[in-house]
Design a binder for this molecule. Structure first.
Ligand code: IPD
Ligand code: CA
Ligand code: CA
Ligand code: CA
Length: 263
């Protein structure tokens, strides 16, 4: 496990916000829920957790900039450092009582992601990665799966919610092309965890479009530090700008990229 001062800052913020999320999860029926767009839900729990993460990080590293899902961008006095924060990745799962959600925090230095933390407060799974220090789940070092045969592969993806499907006209074509070749497909519902599952070798590969920078920033370094390959869904390096990812070991990444770009 990485025990740097930076990791302590990031994991402490995630644990503190996680305590609140766990409490709110137990009383989800009393939570205030609102819509940001068609079928795009946000709860008081998302906003509270974001405040906690923001305040903890700002206290430990004054002046760093932020990009957060619920409150947007905050330019600090230090623009070479930026936190990317998704306070509750997997809101739909949270609302439905499915214990698959996480707090995702990444740190960018001069445009490069240098550290990431993804924490599921229900399972107490803490995924951490720091540049050059490997990726870890609690005290266990992570490594992407070694499998290379598509017919044996378990592949993760994301399905656009109601009102978002029209923005992803290619998805159905991609899905049927992947389904025709792989062992099976999973949709867990939290992009940050999907990427951690690739890092941990639980998923052989994963692709998704229509994502935001805070969904994937921490997961990107997790996959890389676990020896995996990650690009945008077109094979380039613009994951944050394009909001798409394709990840796996070198061979699986190349094979999945080939399948989704066949048409
Ligand atoms: C969502 C989750 C989901 C992905 C969506 C995201 P949220 O994030 O990561 O897996 O398919 O595109 O918006 O809104 O629950 O933080
Ligand atoms: Ca959201
Ligand atoms: Ca998210
Ligand atoms: Ca979120």
């Amino acid at each position: 496990m990485i025990r740097s001062a930076l990791m302590t800052v990031m994991t402490s913020a995630a644990v503190k916000a996680g305590r609140g999320l766990k409490r709110d999860y137990g009383e989800v029926e009393n939570l205030q829920v609102s819509l940001k767009g068609p079928s795009d839900f946000v709860t008081a729990a998302d906003r509270k957790a974001e405040r906690v993460v923001h305040d903890e990080l700002a206290k430990a590293r004054p002046g760093y900039s932020f990009l957060m899902e619920e409150s947007g961008a905050e330019t600090g006095t230090d623009t070479t450092h930026r936190w990317l924060v998704d306070p509750l990745d997997g809101t739909t799962n949270f609302l439905h009582g499915v214990p698959v959600f996480a707090i995702s925090i990444a740190l960018e230095r001069e445009g490069q992601i240098v550290a990431g933390v993804v924490y599921n407060p229900i399972t107490d799974d803490m995924f951490v990665a720091e540049k050059g220090q490997g990726a870890w789940l609690n005290n266990r070092r992570l490594r992407v799966a070694a499998r290379t045969d598509l017919s044996e592969a378990l592949i993760g993806t994301g399905v656009p919610h109601l009102g978002k499907a029209s923005q992803h006209p290619k998805f159905k074509v991609e899905l049927s092309s992947v389904m025709a070749r792989v062992h099976n497909i999973r949709r867990f519902g939290a992009a940050s965890l999907d990427l951690c599952f690739v890092a941990a070798g639980r998923l052989d590969a994963y692709w998704e479009r229509g994502l935001a920078p805070w969904d994937v920033a921490a997961g990107i370094i997790m996959v890389r530090e676990a020896g995996g390959y990650i690009t945008d869904a077109d094979g380039g390096g613009d994951m944050l700008d394009k909001g798409s990812v394709c990840a796996g070991n070198e061979t699986m990444h190349r094979r999945l990229l080939g399948l989704i770009n066949k048409t």
